[in-house]
Design a binder for this molecule. Sequence first.
Ligand SMILES: NC(=O)C1=CN([C@@H]2O[C@H](COP(=O)(O)OP(=O)(O)OC[C@H]3O[C@@H](n4cnc5c(N)ncnc54)[C@H](OP(=O)(O)O)[C@@H]3O)[C@@H](O)[C@H]2O)C=CC1
Ligand SMILES: O=C(O)C1=N[C@H](C(=O)O)C[C@H](O)C1
Length: 250
Amino acid sequence: MSKLRVAVLGAQGRIGSEAVRAVEAAEDLELVAALGRGDKLETLTDAGAQVAVELTTPASVMDNLDFCVRHGIHAVVGTTGWTDERLAQLTGWLDNSPETGVLIAPNFSIGAVLTMKFAEQAARYFESVEVVELHHPNKVDAPSGTATRTAQLIAAARAKAGSAPQPDATTTALDGARGADVDGVPVHAIRLRGLLAHQEVLLGGEGETLTIRHDSLHHSSFMPGILLGVRRVVTTPGLTFGLEHFLDLN
Ligand SMILES: NC(=O)C1=CN([C@@H]2O[C@H](COP(=O)(O)OP(=O)(O)OC[C@H]3O[C@@H](n4cnc5c(N)ncnc54)[C@H](OP(=O)(O)O)[C@@H]3O)[C@@H](O)[C@H]2O)C=CC1
Ligand SMILES: O=C(O)C1=N[C@H](C(=O)O)C[C@H](O)C1
């Protein structure tokens, strides 16, 4: 059987360099291109890439995906910075290239995907819920894509269950003291040397609290998810948002 031809964008970055090694080590995949900033996107078509793994920056990801989708190259995207406007633009591009698949995964690690799932399940049983994400200080975006997605899932679950607004008597606060408001869920971002990627979902009810915590201790935690995405995206046209859609979680 022929190997799937894979390119990595952001190949010199923290996660991109790990992805290059993971693709090279996979027997069913062939690394045909490894692009850094300034490299020509035509390298992808010249190399005959079938799947691009996009691990760059929020400022670069849209141009890269525009090129990939126009050329029928499937994409597995870990880069953050997704807004409704960006998703609508990407969906429009995919409508013009109906056989192309794009997976956007806010987080590729199984523990983080489960954290989101558990938080979504627990959200309606507690009066209060807040998200704390903790990352290395080189991260350029805050809050993290994972925390934003977690808060959105929590908010949607609470809205569906008809949950009351969260109790909070704060009337005066310094800017940022109560975190960012993501659909009514406070999200707090910590940047600390020594950390990689961590998240806590704090839930509180009368007389009890529940904390769901996940820690990515090494970039290797993201690799099985990336490889699963690469193998599945080629037979999944259109936009898939979240690795959970490629996992049997029920
Ligand atoms: N979904 C997930 O599970 C994970 C997602 N991420 C996300 O992945 C992204 C990258 O993270 P990280 O590796 O830590 O960041 P890095 O800054 O270490 O890596 C990004 C790399 O992309 C390069 N780059 C920038 N623009 C382009 C471009 N147009 N073409 C090719 N390469 C380009 C950068 O080059 P230069 O240094 O010259 O700017 C850099 O080498 C972030 O958005 C992060 O949040 C990270 C980990 C897990
Ligand atoms: O920048 C990172 O490091 C990470 N980014 C992703 C995010 O913003 O959620 C995934 C993970 O948290 C690591």
